[in-house]
Design a protein around this ligand. Structure first.
Ligand SMILES: [Zn+2]
Length: 289
């Protein structure tokens, strides 16, 4: 399987930019970790590509959280994305089997993006828009326009057979400050096309080739080609730090139950065990009640 990657480019005038993401092996790893098939696998794949698109244009050191709360088969999707080219995510199932009439598979609901700055003490930026269509790519397009005031076109395509990813990819094209009316019109026009382009990320299509189709009317420069992937940075240390936050009293009562505490990472399903002895030590490390 090809290594997943993103390719970024900018028009030679510097007024339109784009990123194309080949995501087959990135999405495959995620659905294997979570043991998902069919619709749920597709939804996780879409959310992961959306999060990676957002991360691709985040500033170095920033972190992106994409949070989709829907009324379809998936109640919530959460993705953490990093501009270094990796992300992790999970979906939470809903009790219902289909989205409400008139909406795409995500249903209606809310889409939020939280940007956490790399430097300490800087407040995070959060933008929330309603899910107007229930199609993630369209609603992300709306997010860029509404919340970040950047005219954009987003395309996301994921298809699976059971637990096997057949194709997975995505596109974002944006107008930069100084873009001409004509360029804005071109992006408008491409809002429909990006979906088709994204769908062509099968076995054969190269991100660079697809970008050149997109930018056919103008010359463009390739800025970056980068390997991307699914990565979770959980650790026992982080689990313990989270446990400390529940406070001394709770920790002591957990210890007194005389059972090891088991925590599954939501993002990669890894199992962490905190022993009774360790619970006692942690309770001594915290002053919080
Ligand atoms: Zn993990």
């Amino acid at each position: 399987m090809k290594k997943s990657r993103w390719v970024k480019c900018i028009s030679s005038q510097g007024t339109t930019r784009g990123v194309a993401i080949e995501a087959t092996d990135y999405v495959q790893k995620a659905i294997d970790l979570h043991g998902l098939v069919d619709e749920e696998a597709v939804r996780l794949g879409e959310a992961l590509i959306g999060g990676m698109i957002l991360a691709s244009y985040a500033k170095f050191g920033e972190r992106i959280n994409l949070n989709v709360r829907g009324t379809g088969q998936i109640k919530q999707a959460l993705v953490d994305g990093f501009p270094e080219g990796f992300a992790r995510g999970y979906v939470v199932k809903n009790d219902i089997s289909a989205a409400p009439e008139g909406y795409g598979p995500w249903g209606d609901g809310l889409l939020s993006v939280l940007r956490t700055k790399g430097t300490e003490g800087q407040p995070p930026y959060i933008g929330t828009v309603p899910m107007a269509t229930g199609h993630l790519a369209k609603d992300l397009t709306f997010y860029w326009v509404q919340s970040e005031q950047v005219p954009s076109a987003v395309g996301i395509a994921v298809s699976v057979e059971g637990s096997k990813v057949i194709e997975a990819g995505g596109f974002l094209v944006q107008a930069m400050p100084g873009a001409s009316e004509k360029e804005l019109e071109q992006i408008e026009k491409h809002i429909v096309e990006v979906g088709d382009l994204a769908r062509r990320f099968g076995a054969d299509a190269e991100p660079t080739q697809l970008l050149s189709e997109f930018f056919q009317d103008s010359t463009f420069l390739l800025l970056e080609e980068k390997e991307i992937g699914y990565r979770c940075e959980c650790s026992l240390e982080k689990v313990e730090r989270a446990l400390i936050l529940i406070g001394k009293r709770e920790l002591i009562s957990l210890r007194d139950e005389n059972k090891d505490v088991e925590v599954n990472c939501d993002f990669c399903r890894k199992l962490f065990t905190v022993s009774v002895t360790r619970l006692g030590e942690l309770s001594e490390q915290t002053k919080r009640d």
